[in-house]
Design a protein around this ligand. Structure first.
Ligand code: 15L
Length: 266
């Protein structure tokens, strides 16, 4: 069991899922957040922190033997916003991990948008070329590269998890391929922290969907077996959502709508 697990972005969607589902996972759970997360539970500590603030990030990371990094910008945005949280913020996080008195193992929430410009007809594994579909995707590629550097130089182990679409249920046809249920997300986090030697693998964060485009055979050593399958929702999606036509970005590229967005300005 971990001694102190830091969950960054505890005020965000997946951070709050982790907060509620990882309660018994460490002696102390430290919640890193920018917005109010309410009162601390019995084994919780709350640290309000802007990822762009180097000293604050160092204080947040100090003493943690595990980090689930859900914090930062989670969709496309103007460069200044991306740069602040996902470039400077991730650099601050890894520098803090390097300087910490305890070397943490990190679960890095990367994204399918690091490879979003691959077509939906292509099956990808951990060796796929990166093809980011926006500035957000570029920042995730940066995070993956930085994590790899800190693994090679400083032996900080990170799971680079290219999360698909983690919501209670898939919301459209594309998510029949990319959906990651909350149960499967949590079991993945458990596998990442349970394995004696992790290294720095790339893992596709998707449930056991029949429609998946991703192959996790390279990381079978983790023993992670996602259980949910988006097929259970296909009938509802067919009834409620209009199937995009073959030439629309959401039907062509793995990153879907993100591929069609321009560069956003402040
Ligand atoms: C992501 O990376 C986003 O954080 C999430 O909000 C979804 O848009 C997801 O990708 C997706 O591709 O569905």
């Amino acid at each position: 069991m971990l001694n102190r697990l830091l969950i960054t972005g505890a005020d965000g969607n997946l951070g709050s899922v982790c907060r509620s589902r990882l309660q018994g996972f460490a002696t102390t759970i430290r919640l890193g957040a920018r917005e109010d997360v309410g009162p601390a539970g019995e084994n919780e500590e709350i640290v309000y922190c802007d990822l762009g603030d180097k000293d604050a990030v160092e204080a947040m990371v100090e003493g943690c033997d595990g980090i689930v990094h859900m914090g930062g910008q989670s969709i496309e945005a103007p460069w200044e916003t991306i740069k602040h949280s996902n470039i400077d913020g991730v650099f601050n996080l890894y520098e803090a991990a390097r300087k910490s008195s305890v070397t943490p193992r990190i679960f890095f929430a990367s994204s399918n948008h690091a490879i979003g410009f691959h077509e939906q007809t292509t099956r990808l594994d951990a060796n796929a070329q990166v093809r980011p579909d926006g500035l957000y995707g570029v920042s995730k590629v940066f995070g993956e590269a930085l994590a790899r550097l800190y693994f090679e130089k400083f032996e900080i182990e990170t799971a680079l998890v290219r999360i698909g679409s983690s919501f209670p249920e898939p919301k459209n046809h594309r998510m029949l391929a990319t959906w990651l249920s909350f149960d499967d997300l949590i079991s993945l986090i458990e596998s990442v922290f349970a394995i004696p030697r992790l290294g720095c693998p790339i893992i596709y964060g998707a449930s056991n969907n029949d429609a998946s485009w991703w192959d996790n055979r390279e990381t079978s050593f983790l023993g992670w077996k996602p259980k949910d399958n988006s097929e259970a929702f296909r009938a509802r999606i067919d009834a409620e959502c209009i199937q995009p036509s073959n030439h629309e970005v959401s039907a062509v590229y793995q990153g879907g709508e993100f591929c069609g967005q321009g560069i956003l300005e402040e």
